[in-house]
Design a protein around this ligand. Structure first.
Ligand code: ATP
Length: 151
């Protein structure tokens, strides 16, 4: 069966490089599901959960902004500003970032640009918290490989 040759990179590291059966990705077009033989496409990533599936294995990754590019030959590349596996998310840090953003939006006079930046940061931190909470019943990090294993 055809596989997706997937790569997720940030400016800091390669977060995931794997042969996948499918991929679900948060974009400005909504959450899109990519299967092998998808038509070529470039879309903007929005803060949310990227789910990469390979057999029984399911990777859950928080992504912020960036781009997803679906190339011919089943190549899919995500260039993300930041990305963390669910088990890498520091919830205390995300909670503090949420508080900082909320206080700034309430108390500071901001330009439209500043406000948009703070609002985007708030959205990203809330998304990190949602993803961490969704998987909080699971072990800290998967024992075998980096995936989340369906129960
Ligand atoms: P903060 O305001 O909490 O410092 P930030 O907005 O500066 O966060 P980003 O610019 O989104 O953070 O990301 C910078 C780096 O820090 C990236 O490598 C990202 O993966 C990592 N990062 C940010 N927040 C968290 C978090 N809550 N848990 C784990 N890694 C995080």
């Amino acid at each position: 069966m055809n596989k997706i040759h997937f790569q997720l990179v940030t400016p800091e590291r390669t977060v995931l490089e794997e042969e996948l059966d499918s991929l679900s990705c948060p974009t400005e077009l909504g959450q899109i599901t990519i299967l092998p033989s998808h038509v070529p496409l470039v879309a903007t990533i929005t803060p949310g959960e990227l789910i990469a599936r390979a057999g029984e294995k399911e990777h859950s990754i928080a992504v912020s902004g960036g781009f997803v590019e679906i190339r011919p030959n089943n190549q899919v590349i995500v260039l993300a500003d930041a990305a963390e596996h669910y088990y890498e998310i520091d919830t205390k840090r995300a909670e503090e970032a949420v508080k900082r953003a909320q206080v700034a939006m309430k108390e500071k006079a901001m330009s439209a640009e500043e406000y948009a930046r703070v609002a985007a940061s708030l959205q990203q931190s809330l998304s990190r918290l949602n993803i961490a909470r969704k998987h909080s019943h699971r072990r800290t990090a998967p024992l075998s490989g980096e995936g989340v294993f369906k129960e």
